[in-house]
Design a binder for this molecule. Structure first.
Ligand SMILES: NC(=O)c1ccc[n+]([C@@H]2O[C@H](COP(=O)([O-])OP(=O)(O)OC[C@H]3O[C@@H](n4cnc5c(N)ncnc54)[C@H](O)[C@@H]3O)[C@@H](O)[C@H]2O)c1
Length: 246
């Protein structure tokens, strides 16, 4: 129960990696705030996680909308008393080659993946600054480090998250707040299920550990970054990718 009674808010956590993170943190004693734009899936996930005995609330939230972000952070704090961990996990893709990418495809992905993390970090940092403690974990991607054909918008948003991580870590360290990023490799979720077979095989053939990652692989790394075991770690990027990028 390494996170006993710690309040953890995870964005985009109705399914996939976000939900797996919530399960892992709850299993270690945390109180969970699940948030997502998919309201039906969110309701079902709140029921599922509550049935394990965890203390969970669900807040519908589009991270790219500043008014919703402010209201959701206030509601989480009011309902559970503090916010000890923020995981910026919500993310979208809109893949196509650079020469075909529309301005709308670019704006949509940057707005959710990068602006959303900025809005959430700013709102939660105000709470954590008053507490003089907290941890923030940004879910970036291996393609934010190495780039990827067909993902100019997505890889830019994920590289941008690394800049956000390091700058926020520098600004918030004096307030007892650690900010780190995880760069997952190829993880089996609905996001990767929609990739064409050729793209899937290209990733899998290049993974030295010879398997795709699971949402639980990422959740365990978040647990480390949420726990006192990482109290001297800030401004870092942890690759969790089976060796795909070293
Ligand atoms: N699956 C992978 O291989 C992989 C690799 C690297 C990084 N990631 C990152 O991990 C995170 C989780 O991805 P996943 O694979 O679980 O995908 P997913 O599509 O299953 O989950 C993403 C979640 O974000 C939510 N979301 C989308 N737009 C939102 C918004 N505007 N506001 C709030 N929530 C929103 C979705 O509803 C969904 O529940 C993403 O940031 C993704 O970029 C995934």
């Amino acid at each position: 129960m390494i996170l006993k009674d710690k309040v953890c808010l995870i964005t985009g956590s109705a399914r996939g990696i976000g939900y797996a993170i919530a399960e892992e943190l709850a299993a270690n004693g945390a109180k969970i705030v699940l948030t997502d734009v998919l309201e039906d899936v969110l309701d079902e996930s709140v029921r599922k996680l509550s049935s394990t005995g965890a203390e969970v609330i669900g807040i519908p939230l589009d991270v790219s909308d500043s008014a919703q972000v402010t209201a959701a952070v206030a509601k989480a704090k009011e309902s559970l008393g503090s916010i000890d961990l923020l995981v910026n996990n919500a993310g979208v893709t809109k893949d196509t080659l650079l020469l075909r990418m529309s301005e709308a495809d670019w704006d949509f992905v940057l707005k959710v993946n990068l602006k959303g993390a900025f809005l959430m970090t700013q709102a939660v940092a105000k709470v954590m600054t008053k507490q003089r403690s907290g941890k923030i974990v940004n879910i970036s991607s291996v393609v934010g480090l190495m780039g990827n054909a067909g993902q100019v918008n997505y890889s830019s948003s994920k590289a941008g998250l690394l800049g956000l991580t390091k700058s926020a870590a520098s600004e918030l360290a004096g307030r007892g707040i650690c900010v780190n990023a995880i760069a997952p490799g190829f993880i089996e979720t609905e996001m990767t299920a929609k990739l064409p077979d050729a793209a899937r095989s290209a990733f899998l053939d290049n993974i030295p550990l010879k398997r795709a990652g699971s949402p639980a692989d990422i959740a365990k790394t978040v647990l480390f970054l949420a726990s006192p075991a990482s109290d001297y770690v800030t401004g870092q990027v942890l690759g969790v990718n089976g060796g795909l990028y070293m």
